[in-house]
Ligand binder design. Sequence first.
Ligand code: GLN
Length: 253
Amino acid sequence: MTDRTVTLAHLFPELLNLYADQGNISVLRHRMHARGWTLSVTPVKLGSRVDFGSVDMVLLGGGSDREQQLVGRELAIYREDFATAIEAGLPVLAVCGGYQLLGEYYELQSGERIPGLGLLAVTTRAGKGRLIGNIAIEWVSQNGESDGKTIVGFENHAGRTFHDYAPLGRVLKGHGNNGRDHHEGLQYKGVVGTYIHGPLLPKNPHLADHLLAKALAFKGCHEPLDALDDALEWRAHRSVLGMLGVKSGEIRA
Ligand code: GLN
């Protein structure tokens, strides 16, 4: 019998949980449970250790600069194992500060650099003024194609992030990675990096299922995910599109 448990490592939940990033886990748990699966969450706190070989998925949330500094130091010990797992396709959802930490560094306004894991060729510098507000993006696939789906949420970051990977999407309203190139987030193998908090997944059930499908595939299970009743989730999604003046008829929610 297949083991119907997906194991998610939640890195530094006590430090990286800005804007209830933890809410993403409730969504994943609910969506797995509805399909007869169990989501087992392993909180990895400062000082504890995780075996990346035994996890199916990772969540790295956002944090303030101070919290990022604490985590940045601790993360170095995981670098090799985490890199191996990412290259093997481990699904990772990295939000805001967590997204920055997967990269090479986050440079503060003072010029001080908080080292990241250097797992991805991503750099971030704090700019003058924060990039804040509701955001809507057009989701693009890793090869740059779009089937018109949107992702919505809220962003609040000083960091301006630059990289040459596929973005998670093109900014329709809001700021995204750096407020300049209209890109938001990043996709590389199983990694989704994004500035979208809110939390991200409650209003974006299609993205939650995308991550779950990747986690199941990573476990070697290719069963399709049954459709769920997401009427409420889509109402919330469309209400953000409406607030931002993005017509969901033009770009499909
Ligand atoms: N401290 C980082 C920034 O402001 C990340 C903030 C966050 O996670 N919301 O860019």
